[in-house]
Design a protein around this ligand. Structure first.
Ligand code: C5P
Length: 236
């Protein structure tokens, strides 16, 4: 089934404030495809806070980037299943056994299994940082290597930066899901994001989902901002 423009947008609610997150989710329901909650929110508010947001009724991308031994990651995945996340993630650098254990832990899901994806190389790491941790053939090669490993381990996709979309799509084929942050409409401020692209360009390049925070949450009118982005995608 093909995704509507709205379905493709996950709004990042990067705040420790439950009430703010819930009120943004309420406003944006029907104008975005889902919400993303990450460490900032989750470590402040736990599963109870996440439930307050999901009670609004939108799909949840729980962005906790698990990275530990296989048994512990499998336990973490099982513990989050009660929140019925639509998307969950782990670090691909945790290795094949860890990713496979995370995938196997999804068998405990009631109903539809979450889409389990991996983070390959954090976009904050440059080639110099990678060399410092013993990775010597550059970020792009490492990203593609880890994306292929993720696919081999049976996971459904990866989180990637806009500049990595085409290389991963070419290496992993059309069914591998690409979830892409670092998105800025032309009318929005870049903020601290450096390697950015527009919503339309990300989808044209092959993204399945785009993650957008401040251009929506920081707008004077978040609903209008979300509508402008969906309209931009509808015009493709
Ligand atoms: O506000 P903004 O649109 O920059 O938010 C992007 C979201 O995507 C944030 O939650 C950020 O942590 C996340 N993210 C990112 N770049 C990555 C991975 C995740 O911006 N490489």
């Amino acid at each position: 089934m093909s995704l509507s423009p709205t379905d493709r947008i996950f709004v990042a609610l990067d705040t420790p404030d439950v009430n703010l997150a819930v009120s943004l989710a309420e406003k944006l329901q029907g104008h975005v495809g889902g919400v993303k909650l990450g460490m900032e929110f989750y470590y402040a508010n736990g599963p109870q806070g996440a439930r307050a947001v999901t009670a609004v009724g939108m799909p949840l991308f729980l962005d906790l980037k698990f990275h530990d031994i296989p048994n512990t990651v499998a336990g973490a995945v099982r513990s989050t299943l009660e929140l019925n996340p639509a998307i969950l993630n782990v670090h691909a650098q945790g290795g094949p056994a860890m990713m496979q254990a995370a995938g196997a832990a999804l068998d405990g899901a009631d109903g539809e299994k979450p889409l389990l994806i991996a983070v390959t190389v954090l976009t904050s790491l440059g080639d110099d940082d990678l060399e410092a941790i013993g990775v010597n053939d550059g970020a792009e090669n490492q990203v593609v290597r880890l994306a292929k490993l993720t696919q081999t381990c049976g996971l459904g996709g990866v989180v990637c930066s806009p500049r990595e979309i085409k290389a991963i799509r070419a290496a992993c084929g059309p069914d591998f899901k690409l979830v892409v942050p670092g998105i800025r409409p032309e009318w929005a401020a870049a903020g601290d994001q450096k390697r950015i692209t527009t919503p339309a360009q990300a989808i044209r390049d092959g993204a399945d989902y785009i993650v957008i925070g401040r251009p929506i949450t920081g707008a004077d009118n978040p609903v209008d901002a979300a509508k402008r982005i969906a309209d931009e995608l509808a015009g493709l």
